[in-house]
Design a protein around this ligand. Structure first.
Ligand code: AMP
Length: 479
């Protein structure tokens, strides 16, 4: 999931800046999109199911109107949390005023908190985490002297890997959890507006210069009085940046903890080439997230890099499609081999990850049908063995191919001529040069920084709610 916000002194067309920012963050979620504009404390919302340019058009952006601040969200839905009803940001009215909330990542104790609140009589309208967060914060707000104090108190109750972006009538507040699992940063434009975004690539898209990435546990408050950092939670937990942000989630033109994602992926490819060399004619990356590692593999091995697969740019990330049938169809229409690169060749096929094994099995079949002599599969991340509780959509162990099969079995199932994964001991080396104090590698090694959340409700066991099929655009006017 991705968040984006903007705040300045003048009343301007903030909605269009958020729109551009969300566009740059689209890779972080394609399930729903939303923007809330704040015009002197009057909040106007537009959100709906789908990607940014499906939800917004000239008309809806115009309706959002002008303001001096706004926040937006792109949602990466997991089964049980899809549907327009779960689109963020959410806007709530509480005893001390209005609040808009957008969340990114995963709050691992959300189910427990929700249950506790329900037992106290709260009624939930959605299954998103923003609503849980909203209750936790607004309850604190009753006795806290300010919204930021309420947020800080709420953080003692929230667990997991989350970033929050909140908008009160007067302030924007950005939050990074104390482990710092997922990125959030802010920058400044020449016109003095501050911009907050999940990734640096979104700052670039609106012409903002990076000021800083939030530290783990940091709360940054933006208002007409300037920028203030609250560091009460900083240093209270060991730093644990999600290593999968480097491998897959973030865009290669972003930097995380001062480390270019593109360079990190290239390094993964180079380490992979050292660990799993093979004699071949060409290195082909799976677009898009396997391309950088393929380049690294080619540079390290000396095998020429080739463009062997073309991606239809108009199709979203395969994983995000609901249901196995849809995903399989999508692989076929999403990627097509370049025959002149692959025919008669021994290919090293590099992908960023093998999760269920569906994608690479299809691709190997496609490449061989296009005349490839051999296909040597290389994964630039280690085998996926564990589900993620911190916001990455990695499912239950049953569906993870590496959980149920040996490397040799996976090779056979996928039809590869050889198979090699990045070694676990090399995984954290890809962030070399970054300022991160440590990484979360739980999906590979099961070492969960927060421990395994006992009350976690397996989202894949939930049934799809009726509103899933609702394909409407929701426009709420809070004016
Ligand atoms: P699979 O067919 O399940 O092995 O899917 C592997 C592909 O899904 C890789 O090409 C990745 O780029 C992509 N992928 C890996 N993890 C995720 C995720 N959490 N969400 C969406 N896509 C993913």
């Amino acid at each position: 999931m991705g968040v984006f916000g903007i705040i300045g002194k003048e009343k301007v067309n903030v909605a269009s800046s958020v729109y551009y920012g969300l566009y740059a963050l689209q890779h972080r979620g394609q399930e729903s999109s939303g923007i809330v504009v704040n015009d002197d404390g009057m909040f106007t919302v537009h959100k709906g199911s789908g990607i940014v340019n499906e939800v917004f058009d000239g008309e809806s952006l115009k309706k959002l109107g002008y303001g001096n601040m706004a926040i937006g969200h792109v949602r990466y839905g997991t089964l049980g949390t899809r549907g327009v009803i779960n689109a963020e940001p959410i806007v709530i009215n509480h005893v001390k005023g209005k609040l808009a909330i957008a969340t990114a990542g995963g709050i691992s104790n959300a189910s427990a908190l929700k249950r506790e609140l329900e037992m106290q009589g709260m009624i939930f309208h959605t299954t998103n985490e923003a609503e849980v967060v909203s209750y936790v914060i607004t309850r604190e707000r009753i006795t806290a002297s300010s919204i930021e104090e309420a947020v800080s108190r709420a953080m003692y109750k929230l667990e997991g890997g989350y970033c929050l972006l909140l908008m009160s009538p007067q302030k924007l507040i950005a939050v990074r959890d104390p482990y710092g699992f997922h990125p959030i940063c802010y920058g400044r434009r020449d016109d003095g507006q501050y911009v907050i975004a999940s990734e640096t690539c979104a700052l670039d898209s609106v012409g903002a210069t990076l000021v800083k990435e939030l530290d783990p546990g940091e709360i940054v408050v933006f208002s007409s009085e300037g920028v203030r950092s609250i560091r009460e939670h900083c240093g209270t937990k060991p730093e644990r940046l999600c290593i999968f942000e480097y491998f897959y989630t973030a865009r290669p033109d972003s930097s995380l903890y001062s480390r270019s994602v593109h360079e990190a992926r290239k390094r993964a490819g180079a380490l992979l080439a050292k660990a799993h060399p093979v004699e071949a004619d060409v290195v082909v990356g799976v677009p898009d997230s396997g391309l950088d590692a393929a380049l690294g593999y080619a540079m390290e091995s000396g095998i020429p890099y080739g463009i062997g697969l073309i991606k239809n740019k108009y199709i979203g990330r395969t994983f995000i499609a609901p249901g196995q049938d849809v995903r399989e169809d999508k692989v076929k229409i999403k990627l097509n081999p370049v025959k002149s690169t692959v025919a008669g060749k021994r290919i090293v096929l590099v992908d960023d990850s093998i999760v269920r094994g569906t994608t690479c099995a299809k691709l190997i079949h496609l490449l061989k049908s296009a005349g490839a002599k051999e296909v040597h599969l290389r994964s630039s991340s280690p085998p996926f063995l564990n589900p993620c509780y911190y916001g990455t959509d990695i499912e239950s162990r049953d569906s993870l191919i590496a959980c149920n099969h040996s490397i040799e079995e996976i090779r056979r199932i996928t039809g590869a001529d050889s198979l090699g994964y990045l070694r676990l001991e090399d995984a954290c080396k890809i962030g070399e040069g970054s300022t991160a104090g440590g990484y979360c590698t739980a999906c590979f090694d099961g070492k969960y920084p927060t421990g395994i959340p006992t009350s976690y409700v397996n989202k894949y066991e939930k049934k799809i709610s009726d509103n899933e099929s609702v394909k409407v655009k929701e426009s709420e006017e809070a004016k």
